[in-house]
Write a protein that binds this ligand. Structure first.
Ligand SMILES: [Zn+2]
Length: 264
């Protein structure tokens, strides 16, 4: 097995409210940049990646449109689904900014800044996905083990299930009601690391604990009223989506210190 002997410092775990950091260039490739540290969350666990800019010492900005985690090592933890720890984070650069990569050199100090609104929306959407999950766990507990897909976007989140019994209109209504009750109670969301692996993380709300390495907001109330909808993906496959109204969403408020529910 290929093992890389270096790792990127994942500042999005050290302090999830950070949207900017300083770092040093480790490696520059044809279309991506590796740094020794980053605040940018890579695509993972179904959550879309952050986007942002790498600012070089002369002030020019190199946009990155995707972030990915590479060369992690399997942790083989009993309660985590096939989690990888360690590894490096690659920032994939916008095509138009590729010529600027020639300005970068290993060891050069840079600033990484992510799109705050996008991060805040993804964190809200991800938290809403957990409410959908908890609704399903209450109404159709057997469907939880049948989840085979998850996608968390800025404007919606969805879970895919391989179930032979379709979700009925009544199921969907009950799941939506449970999710909205969680919103109304404005329950506290906590995230914290596994005692041995900092990359292995838990999400907790109202005593419900589940492994999750994504980004979240610190309480359910800010999500606002959610809607759950169902779609058939063909025989034995169902999709439930959660949408929310984030038109009035304030990323400054959502990204304030402590707003991501990270335990002190
Ligand atoms: Zn999560």
């Amino acid at each position: 097995m290929f093992v890389l002997n270096r790792t990127t410092q994942k500042l999005y775990y050290d302090d999830p409210s950070l949207t900017e950091c300083t770092a040093r260039v480790v490696k520059v490739d044809l279309n991506h940049v590796e740094l020794d540290a980053t605040v940018a969350y890579p695509e993972g666990g179904g959550q879309d990646a952050d986007q942002g800019v790498i600012i070089i010492p002369d002030g020019r900005e190199i946009r990155f449109v995707h972030v990915r985690k590479m060369y992690g090592n399997r942790a083989l933890l009993a309660d985590f689904p096939d989690i990888q720890v360690g590894g490096i984070i690659e920032h994939v650069v916008h095509d138009d900014d590729l010529p600027l990569l020639a300005c970068l050199a290993a060891g050069m100090p840079v600033v990484v800044r992510i799109n705050r609104l996008r991060r805040a929306q993804l964190s809200l959407s991800h938290t809403a996905a957990h409410l959908l999950y908890l609704g399903v766990a209450a109404v159709r507990p057997g469907a939880i083990a049948a989840i085979f897909g998850c996608h968390i976007r800025t404007d919606a989140a969805r879970l895919d299930f391989s179930v032979t019994d379709r979700f009925t209109i009544d199921d969907v209504g009950q799941i939506e009601r449970i999710a909205n009750e969680l919103v109304t109670r404005d329950s506290v969301v906590r995230v914290y690391p596994h005692e041995k692996f900092r990359d292995a993380r838990y999400w907790e709300c109202e005593g419900n604990v589940m492994p999750c390495g994504g980004t979240h907001i610190s309480s359910t109330g800010r999500i606002g009223v959610v809607r759950i909808s169902r779609k058939s993906l063909g025989k034995g496959k169902e999709r439930l989506s959660v949408t929310f109204d984030n038109a009035t969403f304030d990323p400054g408020e959502a990204l304030g210190p402590g707003s991501f529910g990270d335990s002190p």
